[in-house]
Design a protein around this ligand. Structure first.
Ligand code: AGP
Length: 609
């Protein structure tokens, strides 16, 4: 997603902007740019591609200014070219924008009719010209910004500079996150806290339709009508050090191998020394017995975590669970059942569709719990209750450790709900919690098979399509394995409920199509092996993930490639079986030479619809 950074202070803004943009690279982008207001000019530097191109341009043509804005662009309207890179300018105004202006075409037509000549194909470029029109009518910068914003429909987080006010930085947001950083003799803006923490930990989280005017000593926030609003100052806990990937080749590889630690960290706050779930902490004030239904809403990998949780919560707690992708849920007008509870799951805590779903449910009077990895995110602040996954910063666009730590939180929530509804004996709770506590060691065992997984990747890297099959709690793991592969290797892949194969996908089976069968030896194992035989009978190449050891060689022969995983209890199989699928996708992508950490077209946090 686009990244914004801005500063107004007593030092040259350019180094702050470039360092800030490098801290925002993880969000995914395809061009970048900066602007400074200095000596009656707006000086601009923009480059397509990665930040290294912008740095080279700035080396050749250094800029100077005490107020500046920077942007990494994830293209929505207009190709990822220098012409479409932000900042966008009028004669007196420079703007960087994260979001989508939904009525930009009508605004562009109106401005063109008024004589404006547009330089880009972007929706953003209407904003500086609308502000300029208001300035030309005699409004001051704050009034001009408010007048322009009242004409916009859609989402925006904005950083704005003024040619004639070199000590002023203006920020505004609606639907896209934007933070102010309060320094000494300098003030900052950022899409999140990461570019700001080297300079300050004092943050102000703007709310929708806030307009903030910053100079080096003061910050003034108003609503769209110019009325002052008060926003509290929060101390950010975001780690300041730039996460390094060394000694790994990629952040994704590092984060796959960090999962045992991340899972251990996440469990710490959820399990007491007696090995019991800390239900009271989890279900603060919630009458678990009264819950009629549970809605789980999320996107992408986080949605897959919700799909796994449905099996756990329905089986253990006896609560009916509906799981939805947020982009469908928010428009389906699903009735909010009395005594229902909604769970939103999000690594970033900023995904636009999931945030909109949270707000929709809250507006309907239902309680919302958010499971997020970023404790200062918008969802964490707006939910009634927040459970944090303690995965640490996840930089790779493809989500890995956030997913397994989401599953840890969801597993403990399922146990806590079951216990609160008197459906879980202490013995059973100790057994299942024991499975969770042993998981880091079992995942280490799976990670030790990395070379074997690389060998399989070498055999399969030229396939043009994959099918992933699973049943029960491993059906969502098949979906997740397919998503991992397609989003970083660009090979089409599809996850399917194994029982559904005969209802269509079996037509795809031939010797070219690798079929990954996720089959722990649980109650559905024999049915999975039948599906595997159906694939083999049609010449399909099978990759079997199971935990039979050599106890049943018959099945091992039935696969072209087999991985033998540790047995750690059906309950936690999903968390174990996703790891080889993450590694398979990672190795195939590396062998194909794609940009593993920032795959094409993808963003780490999708803050636009
Ligand atoms: C996962 O590998 C993808 N990068 C993507 O599907 C992601 O899970 C989705 O965009 C949701 O993001 P969130 O968890 O931050 O809400």
């Amino acid at each position: 997603m686009c990244g914004i950074v801005g500063v107004v202070g007593e030092r040259n803004a350019i180094p702050v902007l470039v360092e800030g943009l490098s801290r925002l690279e993880y969000r995914g982008y395809d061009s970048a740019g900066v602007a400074v207001a200095y000596q009656g000019r707006l000086d601009l530097c923009r480059a397509s591609g990665k930040l290294v191109n912008l740095r080279e341009q700035l080396r050749q043509k250094p800029l100077m200014g005490f107020a500046g804005i920077g942007h990494t662009r994830w293209a929505t309207h207009g190709a990822p070219t220098e012409r479409n890179a932000h900042p966008h300018v009028s004669a007196k105004v420079a703007v960087v924008h994260n979001g989508i202006i939904e009525n930009y075409l009508e605004l562009r037509q109106r401005l063109t009719a008024a004589g404006v000549v547009f330089a880009s194909e972007t929706d953003t470029e209407v904003i500086p010209h609308l502000i300029q029109q208001a300035l030309d009518r005699g409004l001051d910068p704050g009034g001009a910004v408010r007048a322009a914003l009242r004409q916009l429909r859609g989402a925006f987080a904005l950083g704005i500079l003024f040619r004639d006010h070199p000590d002023l930085l203006v920020a505004a947001r609606r639907g896209s996150p934007l933070i102010l950083g309060l320094g000494e003799g300098e003030n900052f803006i950022g899409s999140d806290a990461t570019p700001l923490v080297p300079y300050t930990r004092r943050m102000v989280y703007l709310e929708d339709d806030d307009v903030a005017l910053l100079d080096r000593h003061r910050v003034a926030i108003t609503d769209l009508d110019g009325r002052p609003v008060e926003r509290s100052v929060k101390q950010s806990q975001v780690t300041g050090e730039v996460t390094e990937k060394w000694p790994y080749r990629h952040f994704m590889q590092k984060e796959i191998f960090e999962q045992p630690t991340a899972i251990g960290e996440t469990l710490k706050g959820l399990i007491d020394p007696m090995g019991r779930t800390v239900a009271s902490t989890l279900l603060q004030g919630l009458d678990a017995k009264a819950i009629s239904t549970l809605n789980i809403v999320a996107c992408g990998t986080s949605y897959h975590a919700g799909l796994v949780a449905r099996y756990w919560i329905e089986d253990l707690a006896g609560i009916p669970v509906m799981v939805d992708v947020a982009s469908e849920f928010r428009y389906r007008n699903s009735p909010l059942v009395p005594n229902g509870l909604t769970l939103v799951i999000s690594q970033s805590g900023e995904t636009a569709d999931t945030l909109a779903a949270l707000r929709h449910v809250k507006a309907g009077g239902q309680r919302v719990i958010a499971i997020v990895n970023v404790p200062e995110s918008t969802m964490a602040r707006e939910a009634d209750q927040m459970f944090q996954t303690r995965a640490g910063p996840e930089i790779g666009v493809a989500s890995t450790k956030a997913f397994t730590t989401q599953l840890v939180v969801l597993a403990v929530v399922a146990l806590a709900l079951a216990k609160a509804r008197n459906r879980l004996t202490p013995q059973r709770e100790q057994e299942l919690v024991g499975n969770l506590l042993q998981l880091p060691a079992h995942i280490e065992q799976v990670l030790s098979q990395d070379e074997a997984i690389l060998a399989i990747a070498r055999h399969l890297m030229h396939a043009t399509g994959f099918l992933f099959l699973g049943r029960g709690t491993c059906f969502p793991i098949a979906l997740e394995g397919a998503l991992k592969l397609k989003e970083i290797s660009y090979i089409h892949a599809e996850g399917y409920a194994a029982g559904e194969m005969k209802h269509g996908p079996i037509a795809l089976i031939d010797e070219e199509l690798p079929v990954v069968v996720v089959a722990p030896r649980d109650g559905l194992f024999d049915k999975m092996i039948s599906n595997l035989q159906e694939v083999r009978a049609r010449g399909g190449r099978v990759v079997l993930l199971s935990n039979g050891g050599d106890a049943d060689n018959g099945h091992a022969v039935a696969a072209d490639f087999a991985l033998d995983l540790p047995r750690c209890g059906d309950f936690v199989d999903p968390l174990l079986y996703v790891v080889p699928l993450q590694l398979l996708a990672y190795h195939i992508a590396v062998l194909k030479g794609t940009d593993v950490d920032q795959p094409r077209n993808l963003a780490k946090s999708v803050t636009v619809e």
